[in-house]
Design a protein around this ligand. Structure first.
Ligand code: C2E
Ligand code: MG
Ligand code: MG
Ligand code: MG
Length: 288
């Protein structure tokens, strides 16, 4: 019986692997037409200035409205897009769309755009950003590029060179998901980031775990000493918000402030936190 159970477990495993492979292949095929068919859209999550309570910027987050599978989150398709190279046309669309939508906003908030490491290695990146900025006539200082540590790790020398070229355009550069991956303080020395985004895993545990709290407190101090801003990711409670504000973190982003919003809904609410419930609700039907 044990043997049979063992065998059937393996068969199940095998079948589910095949299922995963198939889903992946299907998604890959579908993605080839999804861009031209307009199935991608961007939602925007506000980043709040902790000192003033005003919105400082919004991060563009991509969503795939699949015709039969429904809404798909980036966690399910970004790595497929990277492996197939489709991240290049998709990333281009994201850059143009985010900048294009940002200039329609009532308030001139900053627009933060995530870049994949693959895009960083594309020599056309500077050209794409430049033309998007010129076409939209946006102040490049309103544009913030978010790159992760893993992007820097892979061939860090040419990536740092690319960062300098982007900086010459006048855009701001943020280091995303700081503290995950193989963080090295050398990255902070190699390039003068405008901002460090402290990863959600530290923020969500910082009030329960002294190690996470020590990390957040010290990243904030280090960033300040280096002249960089800090954004805490994944702020979900008022306690976290208050603690971050007290400890000099410069910005916060997370469900406590607002879920990602449709571009047209993404205008600034009251600065009084008791009025934010509406925004927390609004985004829930846009999904996380
Ligand atoms: P990220 O850049 O770190 O983005 C933050 C993610 O955390 C978003 O997930 C956001 O919806 C989620 N989030 C925000 N606040 C909270 C919170 O309070 N609690 C929790 N539990 N989660 C929160 P999303 O949109 O699913 O994106 C996941 C990742 O996919 C992003 O992480 C980013 O690495 C990547 N991504 C998203 N959009 C793009 C894009 O346009 N281009 C590229 N290359 N990558 C993207
Ligand atoms: Mg990001
Ligand atoms: Mg992040
Ligand atoms: Mg993160």
């Amino acid at each position: 019986a044990a043997k049979r159970a063992g065998r059937s477990t393996f068969a199940d495993y095998d079948a589910s692997l095949n299922q995963m492979e198939r889903t992946r292949r299907d998604l890959e095929l579908d993605m080839r037409t999804a861009i031209t068919e307009g199935q991608f859209r961007l939602v925007y999550q506000p980043q709040i200035n902790l000192r003033t309570g005003a919105w400082a910027g919004k991060e563009a987050l991509v969503r795939w409205e699949h015709p039969t599978r429904g809404a798909i989150l980036p966690g399910e398709f970004i790595d497929i897009a990277e492996e197939t190279g489709l991240i290049i046309p998709l990333g281009e669309w994201i850059i143009r769309q985010a900048i294009h939508e940002a200039v329609t906003w009532e308030e001139p908030h900053r627009i933060a755009i995530n870049l994949s490491p693959i895009q960083m290695r594309n020599p056309n990146l500077v050209g794409v950003l430049t033309s998007a900025i010129i076409n939209a006539q946006i102040d490049p200082q309103r544009v913030e590029i978010e790159i992760t540590e893993s992007a820097l790790m892979q061939d860090s020398e040419s990536n740092v060179e690319m960062l300098h070229r982007l900086r010459e355009l006048g855009v701001r550069i943020a280091l995303d998901d700081f503290g995950t991956g193989y963080s090295s303080l050398n990255y902070l020395r190699a390039f003068p980031f405008d901002k460090i985004k402290i990863d959600r895993c530290f923020v969500s545990e910082m009030l329960d775990r002294s190690d996470c709290q020590a990390i957040v407190r010290n990243v904030v101090m280090l960033a300040r000493a280096l002249g960089m801003e800090t954004t805490a990711e994944g702020v979900e409670t008022q306690e976290q918000y208050d603690w971050l504000k007290r400890h000099g973190c410069t910005e916060a982003q997370g469900y406590y402030i607002s879920r990602p919003l449709e571009s047209s809904r993404a205008s600034e609410p009251s600065r009084d936190p008791s009025q934010w419930a509406e925004y927390r609700e609004l985004g829930t039907n846009v999904h996380p």
